[in-house]
Design a protein around this ligand. Structure first.
Ligand SMILES: NC(=O)c1ccc[n+]([C@@H]2O[C@H](COP(=O)([O-])OP(=O)(O)OC[C@H]3O[C@@H](n4cnc5c(N)ncnc54)[C@H](OP(=O)(O)O)[C@@H]3O)[C@@H](O)[C@H]2O)c1
Length: 334
């Protein structure tokens, strides 16, 4: 497995990480045995970075990772890096009701996560969204205390903009910013990515397949269950979906001319954006995982990149990447 380094602090990780969110929540029905098998297959292939959030299925995802690590060969378990998001507040019926980045909340969230993960430390810890009521310096300062105490190894950020990144980095070294980045979501190229590079902060890119939309495996006929994020996503609805799927067909022509799949082309494109970027693939099955991991064998030359740009020009996505209420929580969009 190829490796990359996130941040000047030298967090060495596999070049692709596995995002485990969809194994617990937001993408419809889940299959525990297949989820554990997918995590095992990823570790087997040399993937070391496992991304989760304490609010993915309200602890479900961390317990799933615990089970997968406990039942993995010791060598794989020891190499695994956990990247955990915290801070989202939810109700019993799963509604999101805000964020809590107070220092005492950070300590509390971490205590529960360590217990659920069954580990003595978290490798990267980050608040999922900026808590507008708490300066980022305080939240990051509280994580820095956890680093000092040995409970956390690295400090990350998630979906924050350039000003917040600068404030956070003034408190402690930041390993990476986790943010949506794909052929359809390229806004970070303007301001956020240059600031990360200036400050020596890596990027863990999520949504590299735009939640399956640009995987080449999506169709208008796909039935979505209630609660599937994609049933509320502007990019998956109405005319937007038709326009976005037309972009996928243009990308398919490029992929087929190289003898690879659309998903592999989309993941390879994010990999090609820089050695400081680690795409998280959100595979929920071994089959999807294998497809995405093969992107590591795809080399895109200047001619390929031009063809991809013509197929999916920057800014061509139809629709916002989140519903309006969730867009309002994105410091990165302000
Ligand atoms: N920081 C944040 O705010 C934030 C937000 C969202 C996610 N994340 C993290 O990033 C990770 C990845 O995000 P994501 O799940 O939205 O990313 P994604 O990789 O764009 O989408 C994953 C979905 O695409 C579909 N898919 C189709 N073909 C695939 C293939 N060949 N390989 C993989 N998936 C394929 C699958 O849906 P089906 O199985 O339904 O077909 C899968 O669940 C998450 O697991 C989470 O850890 C972070």
């Amino acid at each position: 497995m190829q490796t990359r380094t996130l941040g000047d602090n030298g967090l060495r990780t596999s070049a692709l990480g596995l995002g485990c969110m969809g194994m617990s929540a937001l993408y419809g029905e889940t299959d525990r045995a297949e989820s554990v098998a997918t995590i095992h297959a990823a570790l087997d292939a040399g993937v070391t970075l496992l991304d989760t959030g304490d609010f993915y299925g309200m602890g479900h995802n961390e317990l799933l990772i615990n089970e997968a690590l406990r039942t993995a060969p010791a060598a794989h378990r020891e190499q695994a890096l956990t990247s955990v998001k915290f801070g989202a507040l939810r109700t019993v019926d799963g509604r999101f009701i805000g964020y809590d980045g107070r220092p005492e909340a950070v300590q509390n969230f971490a205590a529960y996560s360590l217990q659920r993960l069954g580990t003595d430390h978290i490798d990267v810890y980050r608040i999922a969204r900026l808590d507008p009521a708490v300066p980022i310096e305080e939240t990051v300062g509280a994580i820095a205390d956890l680093v000092q105490a040995g409970h956390v190894r690295h400090i990350g950020l998630s979906e924050v903009g350039a000003d917040t990144i600068r404030k956070a980095a003034s408190v402690a070294p930041i390993s990476d910013l986790q943010i949506e980045y794909s052929l359809l979501s390229r806004d970070i190229e303007e301001q956020i990515l240059p600031v990360c590079r200036e400050l020596g902060i890596g990027v863990t890119a999520y949504g590299v397949l735009s939640r399956g939309l640009i995987s080449g495996n999506w169709s208008r006929e796909r039935q979505l269950s209630q609660g599937d994020f994609r049933s509320m996503s502007p990019r998956f609805s109405g005319d937007n979906l038709d326009r976005n799927l037309a972009l996928v067909e243009a990308l398919r022509d490029v992929a087929e001319s190289k003898g690879v799949t659309v998903a592999q082309t989309a993941v390879a494109w994010v990999l090609s954006r820089g050695e400081d970027i680690v795409p998280l693939v959100g595979a929920r099955t071994r089959e999807r995982l294998a497809e995405s991991l093969s992107a590591l064998d795809v080399t895109l030359d200047a001619h390929d990149l031009d063809a991809i740009e013509r197929a999916v020009p920057a800014g061509s996505a139809a629709g916002d990447r989140y519903p309006a209420a969730q867009m309002a929580h994105l410091d990165s969009e302000k």
